[in-house]
Design a protein around this ligand. Sequence first.
Ligand code: SF4
Length: 346
Amino acid sequence: MEVTKKDIRALTKEELRAFFVSNGDKAFRGNQVYEWLWNKAAHSFEDMTSISKETRKMLNDNFVINHVKVDHMQRSNDGTIKNAVKLYDGLIVESVLIPAATRTTACVSSQVGCSLDCKFCATARLKRMRNLNPDEIYDQVVAIDNQSRFYYNRPLSNIVFMGMGEPLMNYKNVIKAIDKITSPEGLGMSPRRITVSTSGVPKMIKKLADDEVKFKLAVSLHAALDDVRTSIMPFNEKFPLDDLREALEYWYAKTKSRITYEYVIWKGINDLRKDAEALVRFCRFAPSKVNLIEYNPIGDDQFKQAGNDAISMYQDLLERNGITVTVRRSRGKDIDAACGQLANKS
Ligand code: SF4
């Protein structure tokens, strides 16, 4: 009978050290292998050249390294790179490298598909198949860091959890992945360069605050009136804006970290003055800034980018009320790599 081998990266450093001791070796060997697995991102035991052949064979007999593989890569005219990333069980998620003048950002996925149902989002059309493991999230970042060094001669500078899936619905694994990304034994990145973007799950926002996380929080708000938000993000019925506001106040009180609201203005949906006024009121609850994002069509007639008049109206009103606002042009549209477009189409 074939024995299913365990994924070695599911082991903590202590567990790895204990494994070597129980096999008559030194605990230190666990440190060496741990470094190969995380800091050097080894894809196979064969890569671990400082470890003896016998030990590598023993590891190979007992474990697997379920490394993800960039199955397919597309480059946009604006330099954006979209990766179709194959997981150990054959499922695919997407991740994106977004180069800019002074920074390179990785947009990574946290779930295969999504459990939420935002009407404007291509990922919502894929049912949620499973959560990503911490190492599958970590591997996406390593792959994009390598691409950034190869194509742009600089390391990755920022990470946004804005790919496929709702990160706070895969809380434990996202936190473990970020721990590894920020650890000196992993990539050693500063948590202030990481943004977790949520559609707004109040209970989990409070948990982030209680866990005293150091990364930044963004909320895909898109409407500050309950009826409008529920019509485009149906889960808002279960997690209404009052609950979200209360959770965000809690977040700010505990972390003192400003919140970013991601906001798309659609024609005939949220392009009226009353919508912008509601956003201004919502922004007053805690220090925040607003990113007005260009919409990336997903082949649905219901959602059309609002005209410049509506964008200016929002921008004026927010600025007059002392709220920082930026208007973001989209990147990677020609390869369906832009925000909300990730749906395994390549
Ligand atoms: S916008 Fe985010 S939370 Fe909403 S369905 Fe898409 S991936 Fe899920």
